[in-house]
Design a protein around this ligand. Structure first.
Ligand SMILES: [Fe+2]
Ligand SMILES: [Fe+2]
Length: 175
């Protein structure tokens, strides 16, 4: 799944974050089977920036938490138990995102930090306490679902090829 032209322009417009050397490494961190964490974050921020104005949330703040919410360089497909003492990725990556953001000099208010910490709700016990937090977790879920389903057609084609190789007759066409 690749970024649209609008999303690419949006990413360029926010080069203070998207051109950061460490942040760019998110392009090498896969996400939801069809994309990487850099592109995923751009999609979340792009959606949040549009919705923010309808619910009276500061647009810059929505963009910032959207871009930074998954700023964690761990690939959750790989074993990371030694790095995070066996904790689950869904619990520690929001904390890493805030820490990495501050280490790179991005300024976050307490409300913005809390929005990032709680963006995995309800999969984590950290509950959003602001409209910004709920906006972030909503946009993250919607984008994650889109990215996850982007794999379905390719997966069905692979399934068909595998089944055909094993001698099953399998077709998606209706008779
Ligand atoms: Fe996340
Ligand atoms: Fe995310």
């Amino acid at each position: 799944m690749i970024l649209t032209n609008k999303e690419l322009l949006f990413a360029e417009k926010h080069s203070d974050i998207t051109h950061n050397d460490k942040y760019i490494q998110l392009k090498d961190v896969p996400r939801h089977g069809s994309t990487n964490t850099f592109d995923h974050s751009v999609r979340v921020a792009h959606m949040a920036s549009h919705l923010a104005k309808y619910i009276f949330i500061d647009q810059d703040s929505a963009i910032k938490v959207g871009l930074l919410h998954d700023f964690c360089l761990v690939d959750y497909h790989k074993d990371d138990k030694e790095v995070h003492n066996g904790r689950w990725y869904c619990f520690y990556h929001p904390e890493d995102a805030v820490t990495n953001s501050l280490d790179e000099g991005f300024i976050l208010t307490h409300v913005e930090k809390k929005a990032i910490w709680s963006h995995m709700f309800p999969l984590s016990t950290c509950i959003p306490t602001s409209r910004l937090g709920y906006l972030l977790t909503f946009c993250d879920k919607v984008v994650a679902i889109q990215e996850s389903f982007a794999n379905v057609p390719e997966g069905l084609i692979k399934l068909k090829i595998n089944l055909n190789e094993k001698g099953f007759r399998f077709s998606f066409r209706k008779n």
